[in-house]
Design a binder for this molecule. Structure first.
Ligand code: RTP
Ligand code: MG
Length: 139
């Protein structure tokens, strides 16, 4: 039976370091099916919209500049318990706090350049997936 879905981006630092393949392999080996996938680049405006929830945070301006600094790979992923299990697979926001074997522990270089995004709720997974993919791209 199909599981439920989450949304991820491989962030500009990890794309720039040629880690798309290694990260995607960990995602697939973690039991996630890739439903949708595309490489694109966010404008500052689009990056600002995507992270609008953090608008008042001190790191927002840097985050928007960083997320629009290079290509990203957007994916919708499917698995039972997808949102929670994916956040376990990626590890803590700050790689210094991330568990061994997590994607951020292995690939992130700082709390900002932390290799991947993971949705934090089913509702946001749906909203974020639709930010990048049309209905006909979400099988
Ligand atoms: P994400 O949304 O990207 O999956 O990350 P998250 O839930 O683990 O962390 P969140 O609090 O939502 O923060 C979003 C992204 O902002 C950057 N950040 N920088 N300099 C800082 O203190 C700081 N804090 C957060 C990171 O890129 C983080 O993933
Ligand atoms: Mg978040």
């Amino acid at each position: 039976m199909a599981g439920n879905r989450t949304f991820t981006m491989i962030k500009p630092d990890a794309v720039g370091e040629n880690n798309i393949g290694a990260i995607t392999k960990m995602i697939e080996e973690g039991g996630f099916r890739i439903v949708s996938m595309k490489m694109t680049k966010l404008s500052e405006e689009r990056a600002g919209q995507f992270y609008a929830v953090h608008k008042e945070r001190p790191f927002y301006k840097d985050l928007v500049a960083y997320m629009s600094s290079g290509n990203i790979v957007a994916m919708i992923l499917e698995k039972d318990n997808a949102v929670e299990d994916f956040r376990k697979l990626i590890g803590a926001t700050n790689p210094a706090d991330a568990e061994e074997g997590t994607i951020r522990k292995i690939f992130a270089t700082s709390i900002e350049a932390n290799a991947v995004h993971g949705s934090d709720s089913d509702e946001n997974a749906q909203i974020e997936g639709s930010f990048f993919f049309a209905d006909i791209e979400k099988f």
